[in-house]
Design a protein around this ligand. Structure first.
Ligand code: B4P
Length: 192
């Protein structure tokens, strides 16, 4: 299996680039943000619980996210690999993912970090908020607190994988296709 993590702050383009990457490399896309929004749309108990955190720009509790990933994993036993988008977002989630992958006798091949200026992140999310209908994009205060949560709770995940020598930083500024080409050239090197 070839397993990738696409990592970066809110608005760095993880979702945008993941759609293109899974099409090219035939990986299963596992976006915890998308899975949580599906649960909210279905008004499931998990969705109703998650909504309370997402609306405030906070992370959904680890046990909720890990349980959801675990059951999604089981639906894709034949996958040639996964692209993890927006997961793991805490060190506890990273450790849980390592255990899940170990059970499958596989691991993470590469963690690609999209590097984007904070002003550009806010600009993108404010623009998305005008059309997305996402409550977590609607308010500049929430957008800023999502960036703070990223720095406090999610950045340590990069250090966790860095110790294992798995992290590559990718310039996430510029056009969508240009960033996609940068990501592909790194993935192609790792797949050889
Ligand atoms: P996510 O759904 O993961 O979304 P995101 O971080 O907001 O955005 P992403 O980086 O994917 O940006 P996108 O490509 O869309 O998380 C949402 C929330 O869910 C979290 O805050 C949290 O509450 C919860 N959650 C999710 N996973 C969790 C976990 N594991 N644990 C706990 N809680 C979790 O790009 C943003 C915008 O920029 C788009 O409008 C796009 O069109 C635009 N854009 C992209 N690339 C561009 C470019 N190169 N130039 C200009 N615009 C660009």
């Amino acid at each position: 299996m070839f397993n990738l993590i696409l990592f970066g702050p809110p608005g760095s383009g993880k979702g945008t680039q993941s759609d293109k990457l899974v099409a090219k490399y035939e990986l299963v896309h596992l976006s915890t943000g998308n899975l949580l929004r599906e649960e909210i749309a279905a008004k499931s108990p998990l969705g109703l619980q998650a909504m309370k955190f997402m609306d405030k720009g906070q992370l959904v509790p680890d046990e909720v996210v890990i349980g959801m990933v675990d059951s999604h994993f089981d639906k894709h036993k034949e996958a040639r690999g996964f692209l993890f988008d927006g997961f793991p977002r805490t060190v506890a989630q990273a450790k849980a993912l390592d255990q899940l992958l170990e059970l499958k006798k596989t691991g993470i091949n590469n963690v690609l970090i999209l590097d984007v200026d904070e002003e550009e992140l806010l600009k993108r999310l404010i623009l998305r908020g005008k059309t997305s209908g996402r409550s977590d994009d609607a308010d500049e205060g929430i957008l800023r607190s999502r960036q703070d949560v990223y720095k406090k709770e999610t950045l340590p995940v990069a250090a966790y994988y860095s110790k294992a020598g798995k992290v590559t930083s990718i310039d996430g500024m510029g056009g969508i296709n240009e960033i996609f080409d940068r990501l592909c050239s790194q993935i192609d090197k790792k797949m050889k």
